[in-house]
Structure formats: structure tokens, C-alpha cells
Design a protein around this ligand. Structure first.
Ligand code: AMP
Ligand code: MG
Length: 477
């Protein structure tokens, strides 16, 4: 393994060096072998025992230089200057198989100067949820940080009840957030801010170097990637839950998982975060919150770009989001083009789903598997309104110059059969808390192929049971 630790070398004033706090008697819950191979952590070089030691915070590999990064951000609409890695440590940047540097980051590795009184730990349940979601999103084609390892220890952690401490190892090109720029701007470190912009362009946005004004191209890229990412969340029914600006990656990847959820029954204003009383981060507010966060970032860029440049770049957000979202919904509906009547057709479908509490994912999957009117009526319910929509939809798709089989094939590539439903994660968590990690690993394997029907796994595609509606996912993780 070769580490180059660019952040460590470049920004000595914006982190705190520190060793991880080890888990006691750790066990390996999950290992992402494919990702380990990609990163050069192959079996020959790092034995399983070493792997467990490193990713439970007991040892570091030569070349790692662990550090907690300083950043700030807007939480629930208000600026908080005291943020940073409160329980996360960047172990180092490793040069992977693709020749690029990738961050290895432990989450739950002990308190840091940015912990604000917290214990620096993460509990097993939230670490399982983060591990599975990173990978589930990745395999759905939604950019996300990845998960390499999940370990659990005997250390007690106190939340609403006593729980087990765990560490999830997160991997992505960079952990630089909107909040890194907000920190340097609000603490008036102008030269350092400029240096961070140049650093990001040089390492993660090299295509911007060819543009007449690389800083502007960089900011525009963040706007565009964020719009595209959130369009994907909306198309796949993913609710992030805590879209604070410190949880927004500049790379346009899904990042920092808390009480997220995939929609079961469609509810446009669904709030997955039990602590989000005002619904600030409700499902249908995610697109506008994405823009709100970009405005925070634009403010931080106000010494680097002119107001007009920033405004023009921000104005690209909405059209980019709409085009990307429409394109995805066109594919999900099995349409080869987008005609004026398709917008109301989609709107009515969402209304029907909401009205009849139909499962978002399974409704689209059914439309990708059958055009039998009777079967569709059985799913939607036998009302005139449903019949009218089904007939309008079938008329529309049958007009196209493409066979039903071909259409189904295309639709099944964008309408997953399996998603990481809260109740599936909950069942796996309850087993893991009793020492049985098999369900976590089964879900991990299953979700690598979300679009393919897998033998003996059909029950994982069932609608959520009644009890799942009562599941409350809290912010305490
Ligand atoms: P989050 O909403 O999970 O992204 O966390 C917001 C901030 O609180 C970040 O700066 C975290 O590092 C910090 N934080 C969350 N949980 C803990 C904890 N148990 N101990 C220390 N810091 C924490
Ligand atoms: Mg965070």
C-alpha cells in the first residue's frame, strides 16, 4: 500500500493529528473484499487479523497519518463554527488501483478536539446502516462514499440505552465538504481558502484547469454534480435526513449517513429524521435544500468569484436538476422520449401512489414487469381514477416503436427489485446486536445486484410490513 496523504501535508493548520481509540475485543462484522482489492489491501499483504486490527483502531499501517479535520457548516439553517471530525479520523490517502488517491476514514474512532462533549463513538446500529447504505447506493448507480469495513467492540456506548461501539471505515476520493470552505471563509483565512480551492482543482477537478477561469469552473461543477445527485435521490426515493452543509461533499456524492431512508409507501413530504420536527429535510424539500446549501458555499466563495459569476452558476442548478430528474423518470416509465402529456402522466402516478399508499419502488418495478391491465388494477385498486391512469399509460407506452419486452428490459435497469428498506436493515441490526452478522452480510451481497431478480431472495423485495411504519430513526448515532 502506498500513502501520499496530500491533506496532511498541505493543510497542517486545519486538522488535529491523533491516533484512533481502539475498540475492545473487536470482531469483524463486514468486509468489502472488492474495495479492499481495489485499494491494494489484498490478502497477501494484509492478513485478516491485521485487517481487523487496523479497522478497529488497534493499529495503523506504515504510512498512515491519522487526523481529525476541522470544518464548520450550517446545521438546520444556522451557522455552527464549532464543527469538525468529532468522531472521525482520516487515516490517510492511499493510491489505489486506478492510480488516484483515496481517503481511508474511520468513523467512531474516539473523541477529538471537535467532539463538543460527545464520546467520539458510533453505535453498531448506525454503523451497519451507514455501511449498507454506502454500498446499496453505489450499486444503484447513485454516487456515494463507499464502505470498506465494519467492526464492533465490547466497549459500552450510552445513547437512549447502552449500546455497542462500532467503527465503519469509509472510503471516498475526498472528505472535503462545503463546510471546509465555510470554515476558512468565516474565520477570514483568505489565503488558505484560495489554497483549498487550488488543491481541490489540482486533485479532484483537473478538467477545470483547461477552463479560462478554473475557480469558476470548479464552483459550477459542484453546482451541477449536486443537482444531478439530488435528482437521483428523488428518482430512487432516497431521503438523506440531515442535509446540513457539513454533510455535503464537494464531489457530489452521498455523504455522512444519519437517519436516512428509502421510501416505502410514497409520501412526498416524508420525514425520515425523527428529530426534524419542521420537516426541513423532508423528501420533497431535498432539491431546494441542495440549492440552499450551495448558496452557503457561494457565500464562502464570495472573495474568489464575483457576485454575478456566483449567481449565474447557481442559476444552473434548477435546470440541471429538472433535466436530470426528467430523464431518469422517463427511463423509469419506459418512455423513449418526453412528450407534453408525460409530465401530467407522471404527476398523476405520484398522486395515485400517495393516495393509495403504494410502495414507490415496487410500483415502478411492477410497471417494468407487466402490461396486463388486470394485474395493474389489482395493484393500484379497482377505481375509475386508477383505471383511467392505467389505460392512459398503456396507450402511451404501446404507441412507441419498441416491443413490450424490450421496454421491460430497459425499465428493469432503472427500477430496482431490491432496495435497502428500513425494516430489512432493522432485522439485520437486531440479529447483529445478538452477535449474528449473517443478515448484514446477506443484505450486503443482495444489494450488489439490486436490479436482478435473485433466486430465493424474493422476500427481500416485499412491501414493508405494518410494523415498519412505526420505526423511528433517531439522530443519536
Ligand atoms: P452529524 O450530524 O452526524 O454529521 O454530526 C454533526 C457533528 O457532530 C459532526 O461534527 C460530528 O463529528 C459530531 N458528532 C456526532 N456524533 C458525535 C459523537 N458521538 N461524538 C463526538 N462528536 C460527534
Ligand atoms: Mg456530519
Amino acid at each position: 500500500m502506498h500513502f501520499n496523504n496530500l491533506y496532511y501535508q498541505t493543510f497542517p493548520n486545519h486538522y488535529h493529528s491523533q491516533m484512533p481509540m481502539a475498540l475492545a475485543n473487536p470482531m469483524l462484522v463486514c468486509k468489502n473484499q472488492e474495495l479492499a482489492n481495489f485499494l491494494g489491501l489484498s490478502e497477501q499483504r494484509i492478513r485478516d487479523a491485521d485487517f481487523l486490527q487496523v479497522f478497529s483502531g488497534q493499529a495503523v499501517i506504515e504510512g498512515m497519518q491519522p487526523l481529525a479535520q476541522k470544518y464548520t457548516g450550517h446545521q438546520f439553517g444556522y451557522y455552527n463554527p464549532d464543527l469538525g471530525d468529532g468522531r472521525g479520523l482520516l487515516l490517510g490517502e492511499v493510491i489505489a488501483e486506478d492510480g488516484l488517491n483515496w481517503d481511508l476514514h474511520l468513523k467512531g474512532a474516539g473523541p477529538t478536539p471537535y467532539s463538543r462533549g460527545g464520546d467520539g463513538r458510533a453505535v453498531l446500529r448506525s454503523s451497519i446502516r451507514e455501511f449498507l447504505a454506502c454500498e446499496a447506493l453505489h450499486y444503484l448507480g447513485i454516487p456515494s462514499s463507499r464502505a470498506l469495513a465494519l467492526t464492533v467492540g465490547e466497549n459500552p456506548v450510552y445513547r437512549e440505552t447502552q449500546e455497542q461501539a462500532a467503527i465503519c471505515t469509509r472510503v471516498c476520493r475526498s472528505h472535503i465538504r462545503f463546510g471546509h470552505f465555510e470554515y476558512l471563509f468565516h474565520s477570514k483565512q483568505t489565503d488558505e481558502l484560495k489554497k483549498l480551492v487550488d488543491f481541490c482543482i489540482a486533485h479532484y477537478f483537473t478538467e477545470c484547469l483547461a477552463e479560462p477561469k478554473p475557480e469558476l469552473a470548479f464552483f459550477r461543477q459542484i453546482v451541477i454534480r449536486t443537482a444531478q445527485l439530488i435528482a437521483k435521490w428523488q428518482a430512487y426515493g432516497f431521503c438523506h435526513g440531515v442535509m446540513n452543509s457539513d454533510n455535503m461533499s464537494i464531489l457530489g456524492i452521498t455523504f455522512d449517513f444519519g437517519p436516512y431512508a428509502f421510501l416505502d409507501a410514497y409520501q412526498e413530504n416524508f420525514i425520515c429524521n425523527h428529530s426534524d420536527h419542521s420537516g426541513r429535510y423532508a423528501f420533497n424539500r431535498q432539491p431546494s435544500i441542495g440549492l440552499w446549501n450551495l448558496n452557503c458555499l457561494a457565500h464562502a466563495f464570495s472573495g474568489i468569484l464575483s457576485i454575478d459569476e456566483l449567481k449565474a452558476a447557481l442559476q444552473e442548478y434548477e435546470p440541471e436538476f429538472l433535466v436530470h430528474y426528467r430523464d431518469l423518470m422517463q427511463q423509469k416509465l419506459g418512455l423513449t422520449d418526453w412528450q407534453p402529456q408525460d409530465q401530467p402522466l407522471l404527476g398523476q402516478l405520484l398522486d395515485l401512489m400517495q393516495q393509495h399508499q403504494l410502495d414507490f419502488t415496487n410500483t415502478f418495478r411492477l410497471l417494468s414487469e407487466t402490461d396486463e391491465q388486470a394485474e395493474l388494477m389489482a395493484w393500484f385498486g379497482a377505481t375509475e381514477q386508477n383505471m383511467a391512469w392505467i389505460n392512459a399509460y398503456l396507450r402511451r407506452v404501446n404507441q412507441q416503436d419498441i416491443s413490450a419486452d424490450e421496454r421491460f428490459k430497459c425499465m428493469q435497469k432503472v427500477n430496482p427489485n431490491y432496495i435497502l428498506r428500513n425494516y430489512l436493515a432493522q432485522n439485520a441490526i437486531e440479529a447483529a446486536e445478538k452477535g449474528d452478522f449473517s443478515q448484514v452480510n446477506e443484505l450486503f451481497e443482495l444489494l450488489k445486484n439490486p436490479f436482478t431478480t435473485q433466486k430465493d431472495k424474493q422476500h427481500f423485495a416485499d412491501n414493508a410490513p405494518q410494523w415498519a411504519q412505526q420505526l423511528e430513526i433517531s439522530c443519536s448515532s
